[in-house]
Every structure is written in structure tokens, then in C-alpha cells.
Design a protein around this ligand. Sequence first.
Ligand code: ZN
Ligand code: ZN
Length: 443
Amino acid sequence: MDILKKARSMLEKYPLCDSCLGRQFALLGYGLSNAERGRAVKTTLFLTAHLRLKEGDEEALKVIRDLASNGFFEPARAFLEKIGQEVPPRPEECYLCCGMTVKVGELASKALEALKDYEFYNFLVGIELPPEIEEREDALRAEFGIEHAEALRNELSREIGKLISKALNVPVEYRKPDILILVRPSEGTVEVQPNPVFIAGRYRKLVRGIPQAKWICTRCGGRGCPRCNWTGKLYPTSISELVCEPVIEAFQGEDAAFHAAGREDIDARMLGPGRPFVVEVKRPRKRKVDLRALEEEINRRAKGMVSVSGLKYVDRDFIRRVKSEKAEKIYEVVVKFDRPVSDEELSRLEEAFSGITIRQRTPLRVLHRRPDKTRIRSVRELKVIKRLGPDVVRIRVRCDGGLYVKELVTGDEGRTRPSISELIRAGAQVLELDVVDVLMEGV
Ligand SMILES: [Zn+2]
Ligand SMILES: [Zn+2]
């Protein structure tokens, strides 16, 4: 069946605006809007019917009447009036779009208004339609064997996108748009959903006693109680808060998430080049800020407790890279034995623990919040870097990520094997622990 015959039978049965009729043939021709397609088809039907009428085919009058009513086609109405025929009433609205396609200008204006507080360099228009509208469109295509159509949501998304793009001179981006403009044409509403901005860097923790994440008070659950001095948290601050607050302010975001390459204990420092992290700024109004100035501001406000460096823009995939536990870590540990140790014993320790596999059950101190399992990790290198007393030494350990270093020293009642305590055959405890590097390339 050809285009005109299909169009004719659709208009015989359903009221269809220019866009909705043209959209049924959207994949035919090029450089035309669907409204132009629909208008051209209706015009051709009109001319053909007029010719048939002239040749005495009274049936053709029915085509012109359908164009005047279901086709919303004004020339057909004028024609009927001119030849003294009854003009049929106009239908209430288009069967497929219920008038939505003529509202794209209005919807685009609403979107522009909602966008005015946001900085963005590309965008995507998402369309939410009531399911019955999409079902109706599918049913119509099946009924008339339509094979070259486009979906209503595509047309609306593209046409609204074109108008926004033209007004702001900003392109549409399908894969990773800065901002999603969610339009509900049937309700006439527009909602703006800015995607997060991701900032990576490394942090150093220069003092002990600060947790990485905000630690909500376990007694009151954050509401405030005497135990937490009505702050709702167990520590006055955290690395996450010290870093995220200035970032949220700079990007005028609503919230932020802090993702880091593992974490050090509260009583351990993080020195050397620092630990990689990513801040995910949620619903930011700004997307480009001076990161050097932001870095200085974070460091100024953290007052020597924490410092960050190397801030850069990254995308979401970077979080997975940073969070992978695989990165090797280098620690410096001050170990105290329960008896003096000889230089010979220390050389044996270095030798035995350079390139060794450790079987470690979940440490007793974290067993209340972690499942009990055995992990296999390697110590790549162990060096005694300074003797601080007959029974106290500073050692440097390079090991796999995920190894608990305190337990590597103490043995954790036999749950970590072998351990430094086991090898020296003396009780050993950790006086100080610092992370001095997280070996991660390009981060
Ligand atoms: Zn329509
Ligand atoms: Zn509390």
C-alpha cells in the first residue's frame, strides 16, 4: 500500500495533526520536519481529491471532508465553504499527541527558564509520556502496517532539543550529558537533573585521630545526644567533610560523596604523595571552577590536619579505578617488642618477609562489622629503617592492598600467619602507623 492510501485510511478513522501524520513516514525523505511531511501528504490528498471531483467522482468529496475534520486541514474547510458544502466540525484534539507536538515551543521556554541557574556545556532532553499514549501509537502502526515511523518521544525530544540548542548555542549530547532535561509534555512540566561533577586528587592526613568518613553517633543515630555533645557525630570532623565542604560550595552542589582508594585507621597518618580519592558533587550549579584555587581553599580551611593536591576533573569510571583494592601500599610502622631484639634477628625478619604470602583472617578488632573470612595477601618487601631502642624499631612494609598491617605485626592471636611477632618469637605491638604511599598509576 502506498503512502497516500495509508494516509487516507488513517485520516478516515483518526484525527491526526500534521506532525503525527508525517511522523508515520519519518524515515522517508530527508531534511524535512514531520509537520512538513504531514502537510505535504495532506496537500497531495487534497489536490488528488479535487481532480477526481472535477472528473465527476462524488466519492472524492468524502476525502475532502475527512481532511477538513480529522486532518485539521484549513484549505479543505475553505474549499467546502466555497463550493457551498457543509463544513464538518473540528475534532477536539489529535488522536496520537493530544496537542503535545504544537506545544514544543512552550515546553522549550519552560526548560530555558529552569536551566538559567545552571552552568552546562551540553544537554539531553528526556521525554516521559503516559504509557497509554505510546501504546496507542504502537497500535496505530500495527493497524495500518506502518514501517517507516518514528516514535512520538523521539520527535518531542529532538524538536525541544533543537529549540534549546539554538537559544543557548549548546549541543545535545546523548552519551554523557552535563544535564538531563526531563519533560513531561502531557503535564506540561520540566525538571532539570544536572549530572554529578567528579574531581580526583590525593589527600594527606597529617595528624592522627581523624576518621576518613563522617562517623555518625551510634547512640543517637545523628540526632544529637549527650554522648556526642549534641553534634550527632563521634568525631568533630573527618577527611570527607574537610574535603567535600569547600568542594560543594565551589560547585554550588547539593551534596557530595567521597570515594577513596581504601582508608587508613583513625590513628594512622597518610603521608607521602597521599591517597587517591574522587569527590562526586551532586546536582552542581557550576561545572568549571579554578581547581588550583579550590585546592588552596581546602588546605587553608583544613588548618594543617589534611591537605589535598593534584585536583583534576575525571569521569565516573574513575571511581571504580580508585576504589579497586589492588593498589599496593607502603607503610611505616614503629614496632615495640616485649624484649630486646638483636640486629641479626632483624636481618632475618627482613629476609623472611620480603616476598611472602600471608594468610589473614578478619582481625578481631573489626570482626563486629566485617564477615569472618581468610584473605591471602603478599608482603613485597620489609625493611628495618631505624632502630629506636633495644626493643623498638621503625620498619617499612610494601604490601598488597587489603592487608591489615597492625595484625601483620601482632599476629592477632594466630589469626594472621606468619606474623612479625611469630617470626621473632616475641610479643610485638604497634606504637605508630603511617601510610606513606598508595601505588596507583595515573591517579
Ligand atoms: Zn498530533
Ligand atoms: Zn549522639
